[in-house]
Design a protein around this ligand. Structure first.
Ligand SMILES: Nc1ncnc2c1ncn2[C@@H]1O[C@H](COP(=O)(O)OP(=O)(O)OP(=O)(O)O)[C@@H](O)[C@H]1O
Length: 606
C-alpha cells in the first residue's frame, strides 16, 4: 500500500475533480437511502388502512433527515390512495436522482483516473528516456513495455474504480447504518452480521481467481512471444525445414495454456453463481429474522421492509470489497514495479555546473579506461589519443576490440572508469550532455529506422522542420537519392514495419543521410557501410570527403578505404592501441593494417 502513495501527487493535481467526485458519491447515497425510509412509512400507512389494525400497532419511522422529514409531514395530510401515489413517484424520482449523481460520479472519478493514467504513462516514458545505455542493457524491452502498459493500467484500477467503490461503500454504510441504528440497534447488528463473512469469502475466492488468471496471462504472453518469434524467423525456420518441430513446440505450450484456461473458467463458473447465492442468502436471513420479529411485534413490519431494502443495497458493495481489495493489492504490486524504474537514476547525468560544449578545438582521450558494469568486460584500457579539429580518423581492429565502445564513450553513453575525454580542453563529463550529443552525429552499426516516411527518418535529428531540398541534399551525399526517387511515393514512402522494406544497404544510407543533415561538428560512422557494395561505398566515401572537408570524423570499419586520405589510422586490439600512424607509416610497419591492406586492396587488383 505504501507504494501507492506515489500516485498521491496525481490526486492532488486533480483535487477539484476528485472532491467533486466525492461530493457526487455522497449525494447519490444520500438520496439512495431515502427510498427504504419512504417504503417503511408507506407500509405503516398500509397497516393503518387495513381493517382491524390498532393504531398503537403501527410504528412511525424515526426519520433523522430534515428534508425527508419535511416531505413525510407534507404527504401525511393526503388520503391513503393519493399518498401511495405520491410516495411511488418520489421513490422513482429518488432513483433517477441517484442515477444522475452516479453518472456524474463516474464522469468525475473515472475520467480523473484516465487523466492520471495518461500522466503516469508520460511520466514513465519520460523517465525511460532519461535512463542511460547501462539501464537499457540490463532490462528487457518487453519488461519495460509491460510496465508502461499493464502496470499503469492496473494502477488506474486503483485511482478510478477501486477508490470510487471504496468511497461509495463507506458513505453508503454510514448512511444506512445511521438510519438502521437509529431505529433498532439489536436488529441492525443481527442483519448485518453475515456481511463481513460475505466480504472475506469473496476476497479469498477472488484472490484464487486472480492467481489463476495471472498464470493464464503469463502463458498467453509466452505463447504470443513464441508465435511472434516464429513469424519473424520464418525464413530461417523454412530454410532449415523446422516447421514441424516449431509446431510441436507451439502445440505443447498451447496445450499447457488450454489446461490452465479451462481451470480458470471452471472456478469462474462456480464463483458468480455462488456469489449471487451468498448475496441472496443475506437477504433471506434478514427476511427470516424479520418475520420472527414481526410475529412478536407487528408494529415492526415497515421497519423490516426498510431493513430488507438496506441489506439489498449493501450486499453488492460489500461483496465488492473483496474485489476492490484484490484490485488494490494488484495496483500496489504494479506501482512497486513502476517505482523500481522511476527511482532508477541514470549513471550518466549532467553535473550541477556545466561548461558549454565547444567543438572549436582538438578531441583528446587521456588514459581512458572503461569497464561494462553488467559484464565486467574492460573494453577500453588506458587509451590515449589526440584528434585535431577537422581530422579524419580511421579506427580498425578485430571484432570485440573496443571500437564501438570508443564511439559510445565520446557520446557519453557511459562514464569512464578513469581518464578523461576532452574537447577543446573541456572534459565532456563537464558539458551538458544534450549539447554534446547535439554536436555529434553517430551512425550506428545496427541501423534503426522508425515506422515513418523516409523524409521524416532523414530529418529526425533536426529541431526545425527541414526543407525538401535540404533532405534531398543529405540523401544525395549518402548516395541514396536516386533510389528514393524510384519509389512510388519518393520521400513520402513509409518504411519500417508498416511500410516498404528497404534493403540493408539502403537503410544504412538513409541512416547516413540522417547523420549528415544535422551538420554536426563531429561525425562517427560505426561500420555503417558493411551492407553496401564496393562501388556505392566508394561513391559515398568520395561524397563524404567533400562533405567532411572541414569536419572532424571518426570512421570505424573492418574495411580499408583507398579513396580517403585519413589523417591518422588506429588499429585497436583488446581495448588498446596496437598500431597508430598514417597510411604510409602503417603500410611500412608491416603489421595488422599492412596485412589487411594487402588482403583487401592489393589482392583485388591481382
Ligand atoms: N553493452 C555491452 N555490455 C557489455 N559488454 C559489452 C557491451 N558492448 C560491448 N561489450 C563488450 O566489450 C568489448 C568491446 O566491444 P565493442 O562492441 O566495442 O567491439 P567492436 O570492436 O566494436 O566490435 P565489432 O567490430 O564486432 O563491432 C567486447 O568484448 C564486447 O563483448
Amino acid at each position: 500500500m505504501a507504494q501507492l502513495s506515489a500516485v498521491n501527487k496525481y490526486f492532488w493535481k486533480y483535487k477539484y475533480r476528485f472532491s467533486l467526485g466525492i461530493l457526487f458519491i455522497v449525494a447519490s447515497n444520500y438520496f439512495f437511502v431515502m427510498a427504504p425510509q419512504v417504503a417503511n412509512y408507506v407500509v405503516g400507512k398500509l397497516q393503518q388502512a387495513l381493517p382491524g389494525v390498532h393504531q398503537a400497532n403501527v410504528r412511525k419511522p424515526i426519520i433523522k433527515d430534515a428534508l425527508l422529514s419535511a416531505f413525510i409531514d407534507w404527504v401525511d395530510k393526503f388520503a391513503y390512495g393519493k399518498l401511495v401515489l405520491i410516495c411511488s413517484v418520489v421513490i422513482i424520482l429518488l432513483a433517477i436522482i441517484r442515477g444522475l449523481f452516479m453518472y456524474f460520479m463516474r464522469q468525475t472519478v473515472i475520467v480523473m483516473s484516465r487523466h492520471i493514467e495518461y500522466d503516469q504513462k508520460n511520466e514513465v516514458y519520460n523517465h525511460y528516456q532519461k535512463l542511460d545505455a547501462g539501464f537499457y542493457k540490463t532490462h528487457a524491452t518487453g519488461d519495460m513495455m509491460n510496465r508502461m502498459a499493464e502496470d499503469v493500467s492496473r494502477v488506474r484500477m486503483y485511482t478510478g474504480p477501486a477508490i470510487m467503490y471504496l468511497i461509495n461503500l463507506s458513505t453508503l454504510i454510514i448512511f444506512a447504518l445511521v438510519n438502521m441504528l437509529a431505529q433498532d440497534v439489536q436488529l441492525t447488528l443481527i442483519v448485518i452480521s453475515p456481511l463481513p463473512i460475505l466480504a472475506v469469502t469473496i476476497y479469498f475466492v477472488n484472490m484464487n481467481i486472480h492467481r489463476r488468471s495471472e498464470r493464464v496471462q503469463a502463458m498467453l504472453s509466452d505463447l504470443t512471444t513464441n508465435a511472434q518469434e516464429s513469424y519473424s524467423g520464418i525464413r530461417v525456420i523454412k530454410s532449415y525445414v523446422q516447421e514441424k518441430a516449431m509446431l510441436g513446440f507451439f502445440k505443447k505450450n498451447s496445450e499447457e495454456y488450454r489446461k490452465n484456461a479451462v481451470g480458470l473458467a471452471k472456478v469462474e463458473a462456480i464463483y458468480f453463481p455462488s456469489m449471487t447465492l451468498i448475496i441472496g442468502l443475506s437477504t433471506l436471513v434478514t427476511i427470516l429474522i424479520g418475520s420472527q420479529v414481526v410475529l412478536h411485534d407487528t408494529s415492526k413490519v415497515g421497519l423490516i421492509v426498510e431493513f430488507v431494502m438496506y441489506i439489498n443495497m449493501l450486499t453488492f458493495p460489500v461483496s465488492a470489497i473483496g474485489w476492490v481489495a484484490s484490485m488494490i493489492q494488484r495496483a500496489s504490486a504494479s506501482q512497486k514495479r513502476l517505482n523500481e524504474f522511476l527511482d532508477a537514476e541514470p549513471e550518466v547525468k549532467d553535473k550541477s555546473v556545466t561548461s558549454p560544449a565547444n567543438f572549436d578545438g582538438d578531441i583528446e582521450f587521456k588514459n581512458v579506461t572503461f569497464t561494462y558494469p553488467n559484464t565486467g568486460i574492460t573494453a577500453i584500457k588506458d587509451f590515449s589519443l589526440q584528434i585535431k579539429k577537422g581530422e579524419k580518423v580511421l579506427i580498425l581492429g578485430k571484432t570485440g576490440s573496443g571500437k564501438s565502445t570508443l564511439a559510445q564513450m565520446l557520446l557519453r553513453a557511459y562514464n569512464t572508469d578513469s581518464g578523461k575525454i576532452l574537447i577543446n580542453g573541456v572534459d565532456i563529463a563537464d558539458m551538458p550532455f544534450r549539447e554534446l550529443r547535439d554536436n555529434i552525429s553517430y551512425v550506428p552499426q545496427d541501423v534503426f529506422l522508425f515506422s515513418d516516411t523516409i523524409a521524416s527518418n532523414i530529418s529526425f535529428g533536426l529541431k526545425e522542420k527541414a526543407a525538401q531540398d535540404r533532405i534531398e541534399g543529405a540523401a544525395r551525399f549518402a548516395s541514396i537519392h536516386n533510389e528514393i526517387e524510384t519509389l512510388e511515393n519518393g520521400y513520402d514512402t513509409l518504411v519500417g514495419e508498416r511500410g516498404v522494406t528497404l534493403s540493408g544497404g539502403q537503410k544504412q544510407r538513409v541512416s547516413i543521410a540522417r547523420a549528415l543533415i544535422k551538420k554536426p561538428q563531429l561525425l562517427i560512422f560505426d561500420d555503417c557501410l558493411s551492407a553496401v557494395d564496393t562501388k556505392t561505398e566508394n561513391e559515398i566515401i568520395t561524397h563524404l570527403n567533400q562533405y567532411l572537408s572541414n569536419k572532424t570524423a571518426i570512421i570505424i570499419t573492418h574495411r580499408i578505404f583507398t579513396v580517403f586520405n585519413f589523417s591518422q589510422i588506429i588499429v585497436l586490439e583488446d581495448g588498446k592501441i596496437l598500431e597508430h600512424g598514417s597510411h604510409e607509416q602503417l603500410l611500412g610497419s608491416g603489421g595488422y593494417y599492412a596485412k589487411l591492406y594487402k588482403k583487401q586492396v592489393l589482392d583485388n587488383y591481382n
